[in-house]
Design a protein. Structure first.
Lengths: 146, 260
């Protein structure tokens, strides 16, 4: 069995368990079962809470597994060189930082950058530009789905 | 009057605990850190840094963490990434952090850096794992090395975490060319300190260590003034030393333990 079919199998199982816990298909309802068990001196609510929590955790870990493939392809990248003199880099970085707002932490961050190395400035500019692109994509995606 | 911002240790530890509670990892080594930070909308990159060990930049609800090390999976990078994740989760009102290697071992001075370190330390080495691990062993470099291996962290990070568990006052010292480069202490119980760039004494073990990674982890009692030049109390505590040469860091890591 390959990793993909194993993943989708786990996903189906978790979905079914989630649906069961959310009482989508259960008859009698969990509340009725719990009430009956309580009448017989069995506290089922804590067990149910623990199971729900573990299912939620398993879903979260499964999400991390699906992120792993994406990460391998995209996120761990080395620096791309951005052209420009150090003065130009500094000005472009300063423009980005001022667009973020003027709180104290940003100012402190900027002060450190005044003496920053050229390589640090280039990579910082690259990061700002990527985050800006990402934010624009998010907005256009939001507009389309709106 | 200057206002002093306190270190919120509880918040830092609680934030790390929440991650464990959310994902329910079985063991510290199982934490898929790169995927975890991606799940928080942060991308990890390596290289392009000279003046810092790690950097976090936030624009809206997305961020980029950059680490100096070329290997994002190295123990050193894992701590740096966790540290920046700490900034991301705890200090969400700030857009950027440029963290030096000094910041990454600051547990006392700058509140934001200390909180990010406490978070990283508790994320990678949670109390549920570390407490029984350390309780079953002697406080020492061998234990720290085993813990570093179990948690996939550096010997330095593991030693600092272990010192936190010790009932004794401990100091971790890094020296190069027989000169102190940096040191951290677990508490301030004795009010002891080392001078900046202090020369390593001939009476210490560190002085005699060759450039080899091999060490038998033996602990030796050394004269108190072999390390501490400034101590005004009449009764001098006993001092034991363990030192190990770290080839990768081109220096010697020393664990000093004081006892009455």
């Amino acid at each position: 069995m390959n990793a993909k079919s194993h993943n989708s199998g786990s996903e189906n199982l978790l979905n079914a368990l989630s649906a069961f816990l959310a009482e989508e298909d259960s008859t009698p309802s969990t509340a009725e079962i719990t009430k009956n068990l309580q009448r017989q001196g069995v506290d089922f609510s804590k067990v149910l809470k623990d199971i729900s929590k573990n299912v939620q955790r398993a879903e979260n870990r499964l999400r991390l597994r699906s992120i792993a493939t994406e990460v391998k392809n995209t996120s761990v990248q080395s620096v791309e060189m951005i052209a420009g003199s150090i003065q130009e880099l500094r000005e472009r970085v300063a423009a980005y930082i001022s667009s973020l707002g003027g709180d104290l932490a940003v100012n402190a961050f900027y002060r450190k950058l005044e003496s920053a190395d050229e390589e640090d400035l280039r990579s910082l500019l690259e990061d700002f530009e990527d985050l800006k692109r990402q934010a624009e994509n998010d907005i256009s995606h939001f507009d389309k789905s709106d | 009057m200057t206002s002093r911002i306190l270190i919120n240790r509880t918040r830092a530890k609680g934030t790390a605990w929440k991650i464990w509670d959310t994902y329910g990892f079985a063991h510290p080594r199982d934490i898929p850190l790169i995927e975890l930070v991606r799940d928080k909308r942060i991308t990890v990159r390596c290289g392009g840094l000279k003046g810092a060990e790690a950097r976090l930049v936030r624009v809206g609800d997305s961020g980029i963490v950059r680490v100096k090390d070329s290997n994002v999976y190295s123990p050193r990078s894992r701590f740096a990434i966790s540290h920046e994740l700490g900034h991301w989760l705890i200090h969400s009102d700030s857009q950027g952090f440029n963290c030096t290697s000094e910041d990454l071992r600051d547990y006392k001075k700058k509140p934001q850096e200390a909180e990010a370190n406490i978070f990283a330390s508790h994320l990678l080495m949670p109390a549920e794992f570390v407490c029984p691990f350390v309780a079953a062993r002697d406080i020492g470099m061998k234990t720290a090395l085993e813990m570093a291996d179990e948690c996939n962290v550096s010997l330095t990070s593991a030693s600092i975490r272990m010192m936190e568990m010790s009932k004794y006052e401990c100091l971790l010292v890094f020296s190069r060319d027989r000169q102190v480069v940096w040191w951290v202490s677990s508490t301030d119980r004795y009010g002891i300190w080392l001078e900046s760039k202090q020369r390593i004494s001939r009476d210490s073990i560190a002085y005699h260590l060759g450039e080899t990674d091999r060490g038998d982890f033996s602990e030796e009692e050394v004269p108190f003034d072999a390390w501490f030049l400034h101590y005004e109390r009449s009764e001098v505590p006993s001092l034991t030393e363990q030192s190990r040469y770290l080839a990768g860091a081109h220096g010697t890591l020393t664990l000093l333990t004081l006892a009455d």
